[in-house]
Design a protein around this ligand. Structure first.
Ligand code: NAG
Ligand code: NAG
Ligand code: NAG
Ligand code: NAG
Ligand code: NAG
Ligand code: NAG
Ligand code: NAG
Ligand code: NAG
Ligand code: NAG
Ligand code: NAG
Ligand code: NAG
Ligand code: NAG
Length: 431
């Protein structure tokens, strides 16, 4: 009956912990606001549907269908927004590529591209993006709209090259160059030096675009391909306000960072980050939550006794052992010592018992050899347990004489429990 109650209680506890785990999965948007547009997450400070769902009007995004049957898409200005990262203060947009195409007679079509992120919160990531051109007679050009910055890269080849993922993009079929920090607008165009003369059969077009280093794959591009809505992923860095941390913190009512956060600056403005050892959305009340490191032994190893602290955790080695519990404990713990001692003691007891038994057996033997039969006839049959035992053993049945002798002194149950104790204490020493 007790067993049933205990297991029922265990099940209830398990269910409760699962339920709280689900309930505690942190919200990523303001209460009452959608946190997803199609399959793209929209974490606060960004918001959709209602301006009140976003931190400011520049972070209020358009989530709509471009066509009646299409799935909903998140838009940044007039380009699709694919991903928003609060942790990195970045987002990924999908931008059309520039190109120029030729046949034997010359230019067929050319398209350049320009985009302006405005003067506020956004700029192109100079660390994640790389300016890239594809083609065998291609000169690609990038500048900002004011043309206070400009760069170009040239790619040439006289025969087709296969663009592998590991190809270096260093000027044959593909070229790349970095962009400067702080760009807020882009103008990208591609041109040719010789109208793709003699090469338009295997490479009619040249392409130019900014690309996310992490997702760019040269093998996605074919020199023989024609443009057909080709796009590239571009990383845009954002801040929550165009102020320095110091300026923002001076006005606590408008400061965007919640509890347990750090303020970080990128020259453009500031954004918020959870302090080390905390997690969650740093812009939403009640702020970042302490990570329970002890509940995640894979990421936060602890070989000893784990204790969660605000922003960190301690890991102490078991009594008697030393070292850093996060990497491993050395020496013999109290549990090991205890179990070893226990083992020695039980061995000693067994030794003593064996000695007693052997001595008894020898005595029995002497007794039988030296006139035991006489005694046996003089005594009543069932009066002596020991003699009965010997007779049975002589018939060669089941139990040995030793077991029979052991039984009264050291019953089977006792032996089993001693054995169990020894194993149990060895078991704890393994942890
Ligand atoms: C999001 O949806 C689009 C189309 O609906 C799909 O192409 C894309 O792979 C999806 N992305 C993820 C991460 O599921
Ligand atoms: C969202 O975009 C659609 C079409 O692109 C447009 O009709 C609509 O007005 C936009 N909504 C907002 C709130 O900007
Ligand atoms: C967004 O980016 C994160 C990390 O960069 C990634 O784990 C996630 O799958 C991405 N989501 C989509 C919809 O691409
Ligand atoms: C090249 O393209 C132009 C315009 O599309 C066309 O008029 C011309 O015939 C083409 N030349 C050849 C050699 O295919
Ligand atoms: C397209 O090519 C023509 C002729 O070379 C040039 O005048 C024009 O500026 C180009 N347009 C674009 C958008 O590159
Ligand atoms: C390309 O140039 C190389 C060296 O200049 C030459 O050996 C090769 O034959 C050329 N290929 C074609 C198709 O003209
Ligand atoms: C690129 O990868 C291919 C196979 O994927 C391999 O055969 C080739 O040797 C690699 N080239 C370089 C320069 O690493
Ligand atoms: C390329 O074509 C243009 C006209 O389309 C022409 O003016 C120019 O001379 C050509 N250049 C070469 C190198 O063939
Ligand atoms: C194109 O090929 C012809 C014949 O092989 C050659 O005479 C001419 O110089 C080549 N033109 C260019 C621009 O490479
Ligand atoms: C552009 O996209 C189309 C359709 O996805 C594809 O067929 C073509 O090969 C792409 N262009 C290049 C240069 O890869
Ligand atoms: C946790 O504490 C250890 C030792 O005190 C320290 O080295 C580590 O940087 C701390 N980690 C965090 C996230 O504060
Ligand atoms: C920060 O935490 C304190 C208590 O720890 C709480 O009173 C306060 O409202 C929190 N601030 C925010 C912005 O959530």
């Amino acid at each position: 009956m007790l067993k049933i109650w205990v297991s029922w209680l265990m099940i209830m506890l398990l269910l409760c912990s699962i339920a709280t785990a689900i309930a505690q999965s942190p919200a990523d948007s303001k209460p009452g606001c959608r946190d997803k547009c199609g399959n793209v997450s929209v974490p606060y400070p960004f918001g959709i549907d209602d301006p009140g769902c976003a931190e400011n009007e520049d972070m209020y995004l358009n989530c709509s269908q471009s066509d009646g049957d299409d799935p909903e898409k998140l838009w940044f200005d007039n380009v699709p927004l694919l991903n928003i990262s609060v942790l990195e203060g970045s987002m990924i947009v999908s931008i059309p590529t520039s190109y120029d195409c030729y046949n034997q007679s010359g230019l067929i079509s050319n398209v350049s591209y320009s985009i302006n992120l405005g003067q506020g919160l956004y700029m192109f990531s100079e660390t994640q993006n790389v300016f890239t051109a594809i083609g065998c007679d291609t000169m690609a050009f990038v500048s900002n709209e004011e043309v206070t910055y400009g760069a170009a890269c040239i790619s040439l080849c006289n025969e087709t090259v296969s663009l592998a993922d590991n190809s270096s993009c260093s000027g044959s079929g593909c070229c790349q160059t970095s962009i400067p920090k702080g760009l807020k607008s882009l103008y990208i165009s591609s041109m040719s030096l010789q109208n793709h003369t003699n090469i338009s059969d295997f490479n009619p077009c040249g392409y130019a675009f900014l690309a996310d280093k992490r997702s760019f794959k040269a093998s996605d591009w074919q020199l023989s391909g024609w443009p057909d809505g080709n796009v590239s992923d571009v990383v845009i860095d954002w801040v929550v306000e165009t102020k320095t941390c110091e300026q923002a913190q001076a006005n606590t009512s408008s400061y965007a960072c919640s509890n347990n956060t750090n303020c970080s600056e990128n020259g453009q403005g500031y954004r918020c980050e959870c302090k080390d050892g905390f997690t969650g959305n740093p812009y939403l009340s009640p702020g970042c939550q302490d990570i329970d490191e002890c509940a995640d032994q894979r990421r936060y190893p602890c070989k000893g006794k784990c204790k969660n602290t605000p922003g960190n955790y301690t890991c102490t080695c078991p009594l008697g052992m030393h070292g850093d519990g996060k990497t491993g404990c050395q020496g013999f713990g109290i549990a090991t010592i205890a179990s070893v001692t226990g083992g020695i003691i039980s061995l000693a007891i067994i030794g003593v018992l064996l000695y007693i038994i052997l001595t008894k057996l020898r005595k029995e033997k002497n007794f039988r050899e030296n006139g035991g039969m006489v005694l046996k006839h003089q005594r009543p049959w069932n009066g002596d347990l020991r003699i009965g035992a010997c007779q049975e053993s002589e018939k060669g049945e089941g139990m040995s004489a030793a077991q029979h002798l052991l039984n009264p002194i050291f019953s089977g149950d006792r032996a089993a429990s001693l054995d169990f104790e020894a194993r149990a204490s060895f078991g704890t020493s393994e942890n």
